[in-house]
Structures are given as structure tokens and as C-alpha cells.
Design a protein around this ligand. Structure first.
Ligand code: GSH
Length: 356
């Protein structure tokens, strides 16, 4: 395995990157986690572990991972909100010709015959599951095998997204919050839309702050509701989720986007959770106190972002529903996929009212 630690400071920040929140009482459990379903504290609360591969692609041609067209591949699942952040950047920055991508199948399957691990697998052919493709680079059967190619002694979760370096045949980075920062700035020489800056210097402090409370209240908040194994942590997560949604609703009643009148990274990060809310989280994760459709500003805001050119192609609702309802038997033992509500995000929205 190749170790390079060349992390530009702009890629850091945000609670999801931090390993310091792992407290002694459940450290052992978390370090052993092989899947999100194992990430549990003793009090029955869901606690997400940090990602492992944290190198960076750089615009500097002399860096270990220089930004070159055709060199990198993004492994995603259309179902996964974290991977979908990265796919959204590929599309709106116009990088989908320079960086290829493949989606796995939506439903977790056994990744090996000799143990019980369930995770992301590739279809055997590109026709087996619309949207999903066979691994075009390494011929692996699962995301697990990719991690094992990159590291012989890896012992963490086998998560998507994975930013893969075709030249060095390794994982560059598996943390979406860092991958999107690289896609925003480091590939501008080859991006079709280099002037779009979703993390502009004058808004960085504001974006970082917003990301923090949206991550813990909403992005990760819905998982804390859904994966709680006791009433108290569930109640607490729901309270925090709805306080945070109310705060967003209030903000978006006064301005078009989270940081004002321009789209930023914070909006993409919020969008990937909101687009899954009524179809999945409201039912599967018991986030049913109020639906997204009952928040006029948040709902119209979600429609507006969905309608940005390129964005709708990142939302594959069939994959999203098949994954959540089908991959967590402890929550939905029979894997039945609810038929509704089939929300139309391409319907007109009222956000132009903020244009000057
Ligand atoms: N912090 C990571 C989280 C990625 C993540 O949790 N991905 C989930 C899919 S939504 C996954 O691959 N889980 C596999 C597992 O839990 O075994 C990121 O943002 O990139």
C-alpha cells in the first residue's frame, strides 16, 4: 500500500472528518465496525466512524496525485447520499468526462462466501441492474475487494464513495466531504465549468459553520434516528433533526440558499438528504413528525436544486428505495418497499422570488 499525506488545509474541517469524537466507552465497538449497522454506543445510539483513506488530488503536477484527465475513477452507489454529493460535483463542475464513475447495485449482498459480511457489490454485467455497472477497472465483485486491493490489512468499513487512482491502483480518498473540495478546486484546468466555485474564500467560514450543524442535525441526524436501538437516543435525534429542519426552513424563507443568494457546498450537502426524506427517511428511519412537503421553503428549495442542469441525473430513486428498504433487515425484516409517495421534484418552484 502507498501512503501519502498531502492534505491541503482547505479540505479539512467538519465534524464528520474528525476521529476525536470516538470516546473510550465505545471505542472498541467502533473500531471493529464492518458496517453502519454495527456502529453502536453502549447507550444504543448510532455513532459514525471516520473514513480511512485521506489523501488528496492536487492541481500541482508534481504532487503524488496530480489532477489529470482520465486518471481517476469514482465508485459510488446512487443510493448513498455521501457518494451522491460527489456525483453532483462531477456533473455540475463538468468533470464527468475527465473522471469516470461506476455505481454498485443498490441492495447489499454477501461480499464473500466464507463470512457473513453484507455490503456493496457490482452486477455481473452492465444490463443486470439499470444504473449499476460491473467494475470496469479491477474486475472486482465488491467494494470490499477494492479496499483489499488498496490495503492488505484494512479493517474498517467498506464504504462508498471511493476515489480510485487508476495509475497507482489505490484508493486516494473515501471521505465525501474531502472529495467534493478536491472536485471544486483541484481539477479546474480540465473542468468544463471551472468558474463555479461552491466554496469561495469569502464564504468558507460561513459554509463550515453551516455544514457542522446540518451534518449533525440532518445529514447524520436521520441515521441517528433510524439506527437508534433505544428510545432515548431516538427521541433526542428526532428533536435535533426537527429543530435543525425548522432552522433551515426559517433561513430559506428569507433567502434563496443557505449562505445567501448563491448556491454553495452547504446546499449540495443538504440537498442529498432532503431528496431522500419523504421517500425513505420518513418511513424507514421513523422521521415522520413532519414531511419535507410540509415545509414550503425547504420543499421548493429541494425542487430548485433538483432542477439545476445535471442534478436530476444524480438522483436514482429506484436505487435509493431498493437500498434502504432492502439492506437493513433489522429495521425492515421482509424488505418490502413502500409504493409511495412518488414526489415530483421537477414541478415548478417559487424560488425565483428571491432573484434581484
Ligand atoms: N463519511 C463517509 C460516509 C460514507 C458512508 O457511510 N457510506 C455508506 C453508504 S450511505 C456505506 O458505504 N456504508 C457501507 C457500510 O456501512 O457497510 C463519507 O461521507 O464519505
Amino acid at each position: 500500500m502507498i501512503h501519502f499525506f498531502t492534505k491541503p488545509h482547505t479540505l479539512l474541517g467538519g465534524k464528520e472528518n474528525s476521529v476525536t469524537f470516538v470516546q473510550a466507552s465505545f471505542k472498541h465497538t467502533l473500531l471493529m465496525a464492518r458496517s453502519a449497522l454495527d456502529e453502536m454506543s453502549e447507550s444504543g445510539a448510532f455513532v459514525r466512524t471516520a473514513s480511512t483513506f485521506r489523501n488528496c488530488v492536487s492541481r500541482d503536477p508534481n504532487s503524488p496525485f496530480p489532477a489529470e484527465s482520465g486518471r481517476y475513477h469514482l465508485y459510488i452507489s446512487y443510493a448513498c447520499p455521501w457518494a451522491s454529493r460527489c456525483l453532483a460535483y462531477l456533473k455540475i463542475k463538468g468533470l464527468d468526462k475527465a473522471i469516470s464513475f461506476t455505481s454498485v447495485k443498490p441492495k447489499w449482498e454477501r461480499t464473500r462466501d466464507t463470512d457473513e459480511h453484507m455490503g456493496w457489490v457490482f452486477p455481473a454485467s452492465d444490463t443486470e441492474e439499470p444504473g449499476a455497472g460491473a467494475d470496469p477497472l479491477n474486475g472486482t465483485r465488491s467494494i470490499r475487494e477494492l479496499y483489499e486491493l488498496a490495503s492488505t490489512n484494512y479493517s474498517g468499513k467498506y464504504t462508498v464513495p471511493v476515489l480510485w487512482d487508476k495509475k497507482l491502483k489505490t484508493i486516494v480518498n473515501n471521505e465525501s466531504s474531502e472529495i467534493i473540495r478536491m472536485l471544486n478546486t483541484e481539477f479546474n484546468d480540465i473542468a468544463e465549468n471551472p468558474s463555479l466555485d461552491l466554496y469561495p474564500p469569502h464564504l468558507q467560514a460561513q459554509i463550515d459553520k453551516i455544514n457542522d450543524w446540518i451534518y449533525s442535525g440532518i445529514n447524520n441526524g436521520v441515521y441517528k434516528c433510524g439506527f437508534a436501538k433505544k428510545q432515548e437516543p431516538y427521541d433526542e435525534a428526532v428533536k435535533n433533526l426537527y429543530e435543525t429542519l425548522d432552522k433551515c426552513e426559517e433561513l430559506l424563507s428569507k433567502q434563496r440558499f443557505l449562505c445567501g443568494n448563491t448556491l454553495t457546498e452547504s446546499d449540495i450537502r443538504l440537498f442529498v438528504t432532503l431528496i431522500r426524506f419523504d421517500e425513505v427517511y420518513a418511513v424507514h428511519f421513523k422521521c415522520n413528525k413532519k414531511l419535507l412537503r410540509e415545509y414550503p421553503n425547504l420543499f421548493n428549495y429541494t425542487k430548485e436544486i433538483f432542477q439545476i442542469p445535471g442534478m436530476s441525473s444524480t438522483v436514482h430513486m429506484e436505487h435509493i428505495k431498493k437500498h434502504y428498504y432492502g439492506s437493513h433487515p433489522s429495521i425492515n425484516p421482509f424488505g418490502i418497499i413502500p409504493q409511495g409517495p412518488d414526489v415530483d421534484y421537477s414541478a415548478p418552484h417559487d424560488r425565483e422570488r428571491f432573484s434581484s
